[in-house]
Design a protein around this ligand. Sequence first.
Ligand code: ADP
Length: 175
Amino acid sequence: MRSREGEMARRAVYPGSFDPATYGHIDIIRRGLKMFDELVVAVASNPQKDTLFSVEERIRFIREGLDDEPRVQVESFEGLLVNYVRSRGAGVIVRGLRAVSDFEYEFQMALMNRSLAESVETVFMMPSEQYSYLSSRLVKEVAAYGGDVSGLVPPSVLRGLEEKFGRIQREGRNR
Ligand code: ADP
């Protein structure tokens, strides 16, 4: 029988805004699946935060971007992250680390979460180099001006961006 501690270590939560999901997020999810049996992708539904896409759209984009990976659950969450993590029976928070610029904020947040819940660990994962400069904010900025982001986001996100901003010029990438 599995010990309680072992049980908790096998499910992790990957939280974020995912507004919208990019191939960088998908890369982290796939890497997370190498370490954990199950990953709960937790999409923040913070009514105070202005997002381009609704929480339902953001969830759908991640699901479609993953092709129904059975070991991933995509849900919305609100409130204190550590409470949500414990309520889902997980003991680990996964976050992506792209560059030094991510570090300070992520470090603060990880230590804050630790002071709130000693038993919850934060694990950082690095994406593939090609996604290490990629952010949802940049994707939205480029798409707003009609720039080609087709190699950076799943097809469903591309369609969502086109619905918001109009047609995006494809530069004939091989994706
Ligand atoms: P948040 O508002 O919580 O930062 P994001 O959706 O921007 O939400 O990011 C969620 C997590 O995914 C964060 O840990 C962030 O560092 C990570 N992340 C975002 N983009 C990438 C990327 N291109 N490669 C790796 N990790 C990423």
